[in-house]
Design a protein around this ligand. Structure first.
Ligand code: AMP
Ligand code: FE
Ligand code: FE
Ligand code: ZN
Length: 283
């Protein structure tokens, strides 16, 4: 069984449609794929149809934007509820991302060519707007060669052009996901290359609130960061996951480059309690 539990589509900052993510997952020999777009469930229906067509299992998920003392945290929510307070919080984050993009474009526009309308148009209707879409606009305008260069030069955390957006408190996010029957897993907890990270006490507070798992195997973790994640998983008996964080052509991450062990996947499923169902279509 090959299981990849973290991917993005054009519903957030990936470059392939939900159906294409699933089709490519099947071609890559995966048995189970989770679609986890930032702050949205909008890709689920299309992904589910593709999973049935291609004969693989789909785990509906969301990567929930969280923030603790100004530090960004990503919480993967598997099989979460699609209504209620969590959903309201996601919509709040999504609309805050629009004003934030406007403000970042104002700052960027002082120095390089970029407009808000262009960012919206490269993102496509109804996608969760993020910095990768600003990066795509900069690429289209010849300012940078690719998303990575855009982040290195203009969009990194702490850049003078950077503006934050509304994001949930991580403990509250864990509580809301669990209250709705979903399974919260902390994404790439120690990926320092992305910016500031929280210390273990925040992970422990999330564990106290009902965190089920931790994503240890991820390309943004070096060997010592994987070990840190495994150590806290042992300490708190958390499920250990691994995944690609596929973003299509937007990042080098390839589907299945990191995977989750079947026994760990079974533990995740056992922790779900009536939020959303797995789409079981694997032959
Ligand atoms: P945002 O959600 O707007 O704060 O942007 C964060 C997103 O940017 C992450 O989900 C990644 O997909 C993407 N990202 C972060 N760093 C890089 C990078 N160096 N190159 C390409 N994409 C990146
Ligand atoms: Fe992303
Ligand atoms: Fe993430
Ligand atoms: Zn992600």
């Amino acid at each position: 069984m090959r299981i990849d539990l973290h991917t993005h589509s054009t519903c957030s900052d990936g470059t392939t449609t939900p159906a294409e993510v699933v089709a490519e997952a099947a071609r890559s020999g995966l048995d189970v794929v989770a679609l986890t777009d930032h702050d949205t469930t909008r890709g689920w229906d299309e992904a589910a149809a593709a999973a049935r067509e291609h004969g693989i299992d789909l785990v509906p998920g969301i990567e929930v934007s969280c923030k603790h003392e100004g530090i960004s945290i990503h919480l993967l929510a598997y099989l979460p509820p699609t209504d209620g307070e969590l959903f309201a919080e996601l919509e709040k984050a999504r609309s805050s991302r629009l004003t934030r993009a406007q403000r970042m474009v104002e700052r960027l526009g002082e120095d390089v060519e970029i407009t808000y309308e262009q960012v919206l148009s490269v993102a496509g209707a109804d996608a969760t707007i993020g910095r990768p879409h600003m990066a795509d606009a900069l690429v289209a305008n010849g300012v940078v060669a690719n998303r990575s260069e855009a982040f290195e030069r203009y969009l990194y955390n702490g850049s003078p052009y950077h503006v934050g957006h509304y994001a949930l408190d991580p403990v509250r996010a864990v509580e809301l996901v669990r209250a709705g029957g979903g399974v919260p897993v902390m994404a790439h907890p120690f990926a320092e290359s992305r910016g500031r990270i929280v210390d273990e006490d925040v992970v422990r507070a999330m564990a106290d609130a009902g965190l089920v798992g931790i994503e240890a195997h991820h390309r943004d973790h070096d060997a010592s960061q994987v070990e840190r994640a495994l150590a806290i998983a042992r300490e708190r008996d958390l499920v250990v996951t691994g995944s690609s964080d596929f973003h299509g052509a937007g990042k080098p991450n390839r589907l299945g480059e990191n995977t989750t062990a079947p026994d760990q996947y079974e533990r995740l499923l056992a922790a779900a309690s009536g939020g959303t169902e797995v789409v079981r279509a694997r032959h």
